[in-house]
Design a protein around this ligand. Sequence first.
Ligand code: NAP
Length: 255
Amino acid sequence: MIDAFDLDGRVAVVTGGGRGIGKAIALELAAAGAAVVPTARTTAEVDAVAEEIESSDGTAMAADADVTDPDAVSAVIDRTEAEFGGIDIVVNNAGFNPDDALGRPEEISTESLENVLEVNLSGAFEVTTAAAESLLESDDGSVINIASVGGLVGLPRQHPYVASKHGLVGLTKSMALDWAPEVRVNAVAPGYVSTELTEELEANDQLRQSILDRTPLERFASPEEIAGPVVFLASDAASYVTGECLAADGGWTAR
Ligand SMILES: NC(=O)c1ccc[n+]([C@@H]2O[C@H](COP(=O)([O-])OP(=O)(O)OC[C@H]3O[C@@H](n4cnc5c(N)ncnc54)[C@H](OP(=O)(O)O)[C@@H]3O)[C@@H](O)[C@H]2O)c1
């Protein structure tokens, strides 16, 4: 059964692979045997992740791109196909939740809403469709979208983010239908994870406590605890799983 998690010979593109959850996903996919292309806007961060993979005898190629820039996305996909001969796994992890998108509905501008949708939802669509030919040709094609508990339930004061993540879960299900049986398309919905994205929130005693009170496992996740479900979904261990959104949320949505 252990072999079912083996990703040897597969090629994975991980967006937002320079830090936080994406970095952990890139490292764990590489540890499972995949050649990994971490991509994000900050060159130094994706370079460091690729170096870390290679220093552990893994295979990696860093590539910088903004997921909202179709030309840059195409260039990453082309480079990956040229270097490794194809793409088997796409992990759409790049995402953000900026301050101007937090607040009551009447406080949020349409522009703020659209900015969040452009990165978190359209960016994932852009990367996945750019890799479509390779994915559909692969015998092991798998797309994993990093959603959020905010893709499964409402969260107050986070309307653009919640809309983007519900959209991503919807995209996961509808793409799974069109691309079956060739490519499996799934999502992971993390609860609160200790990363740069949640640094301020975790530093605020009152907010942190309200999250811990709401989380049955009574703690934030580490980025590696999100990477495990991603490796599972990418692997043959999940060969009959598609169109699914797996909550890795410490029980948040079980209430
Ligand atoms: N942390 C949590 O509690 C939590 C919970 C649920 C879901 N999530 C989701 O998990 C994903 C990763 O979150 P995280 O906490 O690891 O965040 P993070 O530490 O802020 O990292 C975000 C990553 O996405 C990249 N990125 C952002 N905008 C991008 C763009 N336009 N184009 C390309 N790359 C971009 C960033 O790199 P550059 O800035 O260099 O581009 C960075 O590598 C996000 O989708 C987030 O919504 C996080």
